[in-house]
Design a protein around this ligand. Structure first.
Ligand SMILES: NC(=O)c1ccc[n+]([C@@H]2O[C@H](COP(=O)([O-])OP(=O)(O)OC[C@H]3O[C@@H](n4cnc5c(N)ncnc54)[C@H](OP(=O)(O)O)[C@@H]3O)[C@@H](O)[C@H]2O)c1
Length: 206
């Protein structure tokens, strides 16, 4: 599968490594095509595509930029008609609190900008370190996946499984209203409560 990731930061790099190992072709959109980061990505064998060409180059586009840059990035990716757009962002303020919520979500803000794309919320509820290495002795970490297009969700769940997660279909994209606070809970546990980033959420069943 051809995957283009917008944002070569913690999340983008973590996802890219695992997906490449799983046999996918991964490219990045970076803001400075000639900078040191672009050279590093090229050395590591990743493709680089301009924002305007990302949609054409990809089966799946991943949004992995800070919330402050999310809307402008998605606007530049338009129209993304028919493409799967994975929204891994969290709508956070500089203080790592939610910038919106209750009756709306970042996932829905993104979908409103690209109404013809198949937006799926995923990879936002756990730390980037867990995306780079999801292995824990007690079992698989869960990866909640929300979206309105069943086929797109299936594809994203398979991509989560490729990284070693237990994908969980949590329902429509509006469930992002609950997944984004879940990310804040993870951040608070990791950094305010001192648990550190080496933990994740899992589902136990009986
Ligand atoms: N870090 C985590 O553990 C984690 C976990 C789950 C979800 N998230 C969410 O995932 C998104 C990315 O997080 P991250 O930790 O990967 O961020 P990051 O390390 O800061 O990297 C984000 C990348 O986005 C690109 N970018 C594009 N527009 C930008 C802008 N206006 N300002 C700054 N960078 C911009 C930059 O790459 P170029 O300079 O190459 O363009 C940057 O390297 C955020 O929305 C975050 O809330 C993070």
């Amino acid at each position: 599968m051809n995957i283009v990731i917008a944002g070569a930061g913690h999340v983008g790099r973590a996802l890219a490594g695992g997906w490449r190992e799983a046999g996918h072709s991964v490219s990045f959109v970076t803001r400075e095509a000639d900078g040191a980061k672009a050279a590093e990505l090229k050395n590591e064998g990743f493709g680089l595509v301009p924002l305007s060409a990302a949609a054409a180059a990809a089966d799946v586009v991943v949004l992995a930029v800070p919330w402050s840059g999310a809307e402008v990035t998605v606007e530049a990716l338009r129209p993304l008609a028919g493409k799967i757009l994975i929204d891994a962002t969290n709508p956070l303020t500089a203080n790592l609190e939610l910038a919106l919520g209750f009756d709306y979500s970042g996932g829905e803000v993104v979908a409103r900008i690209v109404p013809r794309a198949r937006v799926v919320k995923a990879f936002n509820t756990t730390g980037a370190g867990n995306m780079a290495n999801s292995h824990y002795p007690g079992g698989k970490l869960m990866m909640p996946v929300a979206g309105d297009d069943a086929e797109a969700k299936k594809t994203v769940m398979a991509l989560a499984a490729d990284l070693g997660f237990e994908p969980v279909d949590v329902g429509p994209l509006a469930m992002s209203r609950h997944l984004e606070p879940m990310a804040v809970a993870w951040i608070k546990l990791a950094y305010a409560q001192g648990m550190g980033p080496e933990f994740g959420f899992a589902i136990l069943k009986r």
